[in-house]
Design a protein around this ligand. Structure first.
Ligand code: IDP
Ligand code: MG
Length: 131
C-alpha cells in the first residue's frame, strides 16, 4: 500500500516508478479509502501495540493505493526497496528515505511474509482483479 500521506503529497507516481524499476510486476492496483474498521482489521496483528489507535486513525484518514506485486523473493526485495520502518533509519535511495514523513507516516506498507501477502491480497482484491 501507498499510505495516505504519500498519496496526499503526490508521491504515488514516483513510488510506483521505483517499484517497477526495481523489477516488480504489478498484478493488481487500485486507489481506495479504508474505513476505520477495515484499517483496524488490516493491522489486527498490532492490536496490542501502543501505536495501534494512531495507526488505525492514520490509515483511514485518506485515500491509499493498494497493489499486488510479483517478483522472485518479492517480500524481502520489497522490504529492501522500502527501507526501515523509521525513515531516519532507512537506507539512502529507499522509498521511505525519500518519501516518508515519520515512523508512523512512513509512505508505504509491505507484507512481511508470503502467507501475509496472500491474506493482504485477498483483503483488497478478488481473483478477477489479479492479472
Ligand atoms: P513495517 O511497516 O516496517 O512492517 P511494523 O512494525 O509492522 O512496520 O509496523 C506497522 C506500521 O505501524 C508501521 O509501518 C508504522 O506506520 C506504524 N508504526 C510502527 N512503529 C510505530 C511507532 O513506534 N510509532 C508510531 N507508529 C508506528
Ligand atoms: Mg509490518
Amino acid at each position: 500500500m501507498i499510505k495516505p500521506e504519500a498519496v496526499q503529497s503526490g508521491y504515488s507516481g514516483k513510488i510506483i516508478d521505483m517499484i517497477i524499476a526495481a523489477g516488480f510486476n504489478i498484478k493488481a492496483l487500485k486507489k481506495t479509502k479504508l474505513t476505520k474498521e477495515q484499517a483496524g482489521a488490516f493491522y489486527a496483528v498490532h492490536k496490542e501495540r501502543p501505536f495501534y489507535g494512531e495507526l488505525v486513525d492514520y490509515m483511514s484518514s485518506g485515500p491509499i493505493i493498494a497493489a499486488v506485486l510479483e517478483k522472485e523473493n518479492a517480500v524481502s526485495d520489497f522490504r529492501n526497496l522500502i527501507g526501515a520502518t523509521d525513515p531516519s533509519e532507512a537506507a539512502e535511495g529507499t522509498i521511505r528515505k525519500k518519501y516518508a514523513e515519520s515512523k508512523a507516516k512512513n509512505a508505504v506498507h509491505g507484507s512481511d511474509s508470503d502467507q501475509n501477502a496472500q491474506v493482504e491480497t485477498e483483503f483488497h482484491f478478488t481473483t478477477n482483479d489479479i492479472v
